[in-house]
Design a protein around this ligand. Structure first.
Ligand code: 5GP
Length: 187
């Protein structure tokens, strides 16, 4: 299958894409998630944690819709190593810059697939004794989940298919698509 995939002149494999979630649909959903979180954290200062790199678009859009005092933190996590399947191995490549002890924390993920990453990160944060941990993922693949999971807010539930765009990559590319696309020519 992969042999048939064309490469452009920079060696990037060109995927056949079909739009799964359009830009305006994402924008509307993100605004309503922001409103939900504004209600939840009214008068409670919040530490929003962006899980790099895939959550970067969602995070940037979401926090602009949260109307309370928000500080931003970034966690670098690597689990896929450019492959298509979750290895189950999670490596923290960048840690938070400030302690979260006694603070309300919002963990912002792009997508929950097996749930291994989210689970790992929640456990890691719990050990740092925050006042509360809330979790949010733009996308959730319920069929792929391998373990019980604390997922408080979800943008869209999708089928167990590989997607790219709006932060999500294939081999480092396609993150800059403003919509979410399903890939037609990889399994
Ligand atoms: P999990 O640990 O839940 O299996 O996987 C979480 C991470 O795997 C996500 O943060 C994301 O980086 C990557 N991932 C899972 N499913 C997809 C997908 O359909 N497309 C892309 N591009 N990445 C995915």
């Amino acid at each position: 299958m992969k042999d048939q995939m064309k490469k452009n002149k920079w060696g990037m494999e060109t995927l056949k894409l079909s739009t799964l979630i359009a830009e305006d649909e994402i924008n509307k959903r993100v605004a309503s998630l922001g409103a939900e979180l504004t209600k939840k954290f009214k008068d409670k200062p919040l530490v929003a944690i962006c899980v790099l790199k895939g959550s970067v678009m969602f995070f940037a859009d979401l926090i602009r819709h949260i109307d309370t005092d928000v500080t931003c933190e970034f966690l670098g996590v690597s689990s896929y190593n450019n492959a298509m399947k979750s290895s189950g191995e999670i490596k923290v490549t960048l840690d938070l810059s400030t302690p979260v002890e006694d603070k309300h924390v919002l963990l912002v993920e792009d997508i929950v697939d097996t749930g291994l990453t989210m689970n790992y990160l929640v456990q890691m944060l719990q050990a740092r004794k925050p006042k509360s941990i809330s979790t949010i993922a733009l996308l959730h693949k319920p069929e792929a989940v391998q373990m019980p999971l604390k997922l408080d807010h979800v943008g869209f539930e999708i089928a167990n298919e590989f997607v790219v765009g709006y932060g999500l990559d294939y081999q480092g590319y396609y993150r800059n698509l403003p919509f979410i696309a399903q890939v037609q020519n990889i399994q």
